[in-house]
Design a protein around this ligand. Structure first.
Ligand code: RIB
Ligand code: CA
Length: 315
């Protein structure tokens, strides 16, 4: 089977880091063409460094990592150090990665790669604010021909917001970018808080991950242990929601998820509900069905997949 070509656009963040590990665990299924980084959980100079650190830890210093947009398309940047720590990946010791940062801007890389790819052959996986991808689409809409599918982490329906009462962080940071991506006309699988709040990194699951016994699993357990600290206090839940790896998991094992094709519209102007994702799950409007909304997940199966894939790394 020919591996699916993917570009991961991320803002590491502990959960983005685990999504990178999961994607790099399956070279026969996913060919990671490149990793593009964006300002989000922490500023760009940290998200790009963090992405490169994860490539080192995964033994992939050959990975091409690019720095992209350092602020949203129209708004001032907001960050989430209060969740992820000042490094963005608290829970692992920071080091200067060997994986180089490519000179090309991430948006230019996305455009260049898609311009030179065959029709419908590249999957984009945004796990942060969608500024890079939206900027690329706006600059050269023809690149969409090469996009097979976009699998995004963002938005919420029944779960409400996690950064404002009505908006999920990635969409709130750059609602204008999210609006462009969700309405780009290519197939979009949208993984929101309704799913990710069901995959909680409980102590038992973190212990299972630590038990894998290699450095990738050790780094994962360390990051989830830190990440876990915040959410238990805020949500009273046992364990932090493991948001971003759900995108890669959907690609590897779509059977673990339930989805429904429907309309998702983004609030881009209201002061009160900016970044809200209005998911027309019951098709009560005639708005176009622009996303495949994921609304349920086999959480135990997700962690079984994660543990099994982490075990594939050596060392
Ligand atoms: O709301 C959760 C999302 O925001 C995740 O992608 C997390 O990494 C942050 O980017
Ligand atoms: Ca993220």
């Amino acid at each position: 089977m020919t591996p699916r070509k993917v570009i991961i656009d991320c803002d590491p963040g502990q959960d983005d880091a685990v999504a990178l590990f999961l994607a790099m665990s399956a070279p026969d299924e996913l060919e990671v063409l490149g990793v593009t980084t964006v300002a989000g959980n922490v500023p760009l100079e940290l998200t790009q460094r963090n992405a490169r650190m994860m490539c080192d830890i995964a033994g992939r210093t050959d990975m091409r990592v690019y720095a992209g947009c350092d602020k949203p398309m129209k708004l001032e940047a907001i960050t989430a150090e209060y969740i992820h720590g000042n490094t963005g990946i608290d829970g692992v010791d920071v080091f200067d990665p060997k994986t180089p940062l490519q000179d090309m801007h991430a948006v230019d890389y996305i455009i260049d790669t898609l311009r030179n790819a065959a029709k419908g052959t590249v999957t984009l996986i945004p796990t942060g604010p969608m500024t890079n991808i939206a900027t690329a689409i706006q600059r050269d809409p023809a690149i969409l021909d090469a996009v097979d599918r976009i699998v995004s982490m963002g938005g919420a329906m029944r779960e409400g917001g996690n950064r404002s009462p009505s908006a999920e962080f990635n969409v709130l940071v750059d609602p204008h970018a999210a609006d462009i991506v969700y309405n780009c006309g290519r197939p979009v699988t949208a993984v929101g808080l309704d799913v990710t709040h069901k995959v909680l990194s409980t102590r038992e699951r973190v212990a299972r991950i630590r038990g894998v016994g290699n450095k990738v699993a050790e780094a994962t357990a360390g990051m989830l242990s830190f990440f876990h600290r915040y959410d238990t206090k805020k949500y009273g839940s046992e364990g932090a929601p493991l948001h971003d790896p759900c995108t890669v998991a959907w690609l590897l094992r779509p059977d673990l998820f339930e989805t429904r094709v429907c309309n998702l519209s983004v609030e881009t102007s209201s002061e009160l509900t900016l970044g809200h994702t209005a998911v027309d799950f019951w098709h009560v409007t005639d708005r176009p069905h622009n996303v495949e909304w994921t609304y349920a997940v086999d959480a135990e199966g997700f962690y079984d997949l994660l543990v099994e894939r982490l075990a594939r790394f050596g060392g």
